[in-house]
Design a binder for this molecule. Sequence first.
Ligand SMILES: Nc1ncnc2c1ncn2[C@@H]1O[C@H](COP(=O)(O)OP(=O)(O)O)[C@@H](O)[C@H]1O
Ligand SMILES: [Mg+2]
Length: 229
Amino acid sequence: MVAENAVLIKQGAEARVFHLPTFLTQPEGCIAKERFKKSYRHPDLDQYLTSRRVAQEARSLYKCKKAGMDTPTVYFIDMVSATIYMENIVGETVKQRLLTHQETEYVDVDTDTMAKRIGVSLAKMHSLNVIHGDLTTSNLMLRKEGDSVVVIDFGLSFVSSLIEDKAVDLYVLERAFSSTHPKTEPLFAKVLEHYLSASSQAKLIFSKLEDGIKNDNVRLRGRKRSMVG
Ligand SMILES: Nc1ncnc2c1ncn2[C@@H]1O[C@H](COP(=O)(O)OP(=O)(O)O)[C@@H](O)[C@H]1O
Ligand SMILES: [Mg+2]
């Protein structure tokens, strides 16, 4: 239990996410993401994997933030309870926004701005050699104030300069869009356009993505990873 007045907002397979209405002087409180023990794993292995995930998540959040991306600010890390205390992003996920406007085929959504922010942000992240590992529309948030896209949930992230790893990241996101949000092909195409204009490696990454889709390499890896995550 992270605090008496904590409100559970998501119980996932690996972690519980709470909102703490009061935290220091933050008017919006904070978010506490606590990784819980997996009883089917050997305790030493569990401890090792959990600590590694927490450290990796905090490290990536910090690295991206420092480079100017919009990610939640990390306030405090408690390695004993495997909990990261971070900024509460007031707004909604890209998933929620798209689902709300699905019936009207997103006419009321500023998809140009959304696509631009996502593309530019992911290009920046990959230029830092940070691979997200679980790019879905629930791991991208929109602030209520302003139109910035906030990348969250770096629990499966890792550092790699490999073109293929970056291609897999984009492939996983493409699958997330196409499997959850009908008629978002033009939106995803715009995400790639903006990624292309913001990344010097984009052409290589896109050709890997194409190759992979043709011979199923990237496709398979994407599937494997999403099953793990
Ligand atoms: N910093 C944050 N601010 C506001 N909401 C958040 C924040 N972090 C997570 N959430 C909400 O909790 C959900 C789950 O968090 P996430 O880090 O993605 O955990 P999981 O690994 O369970 O997917 C997100 O989809 C989002 O709705
Ligand atoms: Mg998530």
